[in-house]
Design a protein around this ligand. Sequence first.
Ligand code: PLP
Length: 390
Amino acid sequence: MSHLMNTYARLPIAFTRGEGVWLWDEAGRRYLDALAGIAVNGLGHAHPRLVKAIADQAGQLIHTSNIYRVLRQEQLADRLCALSGMAQAFFCSSGAEANEAAIKLARLYGHQRGVEIPTIIVMEKAWHGRTIATLSATGSRKAQAGFEPLVAGFVRVPYNDLDAVRAVAEHHRNIVAVLLEPIQGEGGINVADVAYQQGLYALCRERGWLYMLDEVQSGIGRTGSWFAFEHAGVKPDVMALAKGLGSGVPIGACLANGAAADVFKPGNHGTTFGGGPLVCAAALATLDIMVDEGLLANAARQGARLKSALEAGLSGVAGVVEIRGQGLMLGIELDRPCGEIVKQALEQSLLVNVTSDNVVRLLPPLILEDAHTDEIVAILVPIIKRFLGA
Ligand SMILES: *Cc1c(COP(=O)(O)O)cnc(C)c1O
């Protein structure tokens, strides 16, 4: 422990084994995982088909290089483009890198059109990663503080406020793209209105800007559809994916469509590990299993069930501001900081998270069943009530 760099205030617990929605600690105690490694383990833990796909691929080929064709990578690109309606994919190893690719793509797109200082509109409370460029795009002063100078080329506006974007459009001649989480994750499970997404898309078309979505957390079935943008019916020009894509192996993707698909040329972007056979096999297996097990419909159904049970259990409780989200990406906003709830849930063998100081966040595996949903509610509602003194 003492030799780990001090980047996380970790809970004093280590898991040694998992199966489905369950994790076991060193002492053999069992926990219900309602966080799924922060929206990563959509298939739960140790899914046998995923384990086999990874083991088989490891026995065949783990890594070659992007200086050669990588067949699994080509298959995964085909698959993701078929699911999303996008045209091309670039693979990397994290969400931050997927957004880095999007940011670089937007800048190059701008330069190719004669924009000297290409500038991207980003949102308050946005979370795009911890590399210097994605940190600069992120809307958290807490995450940015101490790492100045930040990267230039971003203009920040309030989330869900189309007029604010229109105002920027009037005064800035260098805008080339908008970068949006259709549902903000780290920012507190804030859902962009459908009309806002459609208006933003229309504005992007009108101005020749790229409409770029960060679906690192909301993508890959989390909200009950493959991608959150489907709920608004407007397809992005660029989309970043990661978390749920590889079920725990590090893989990210930047997908592009239309004019954005023709921007990069050989030499513009790349990465050693990106899209290797092992991680692509894991992602392909993830997508197959999601289809075969009907996990999109399950995420939609269990998400609705969980949300309405939380609403019923917490209705009229003073201090509960709002319960919001879509599918299995849910947040319970309280009127005060509530980090304590994480520890209280842990004591009762339930894993949840608090984000943005006062939002209890639930991101359970997409394989959740009725009994698991009921158990989350049965544990969490009394904890929240007690916490609020209700
Ligand atoms: C987690 C997250 C990221 C960063 O992904 P990393 O894999 O941690 O780099 C970016 N955007 C969103 C929306 C995220 O939730």
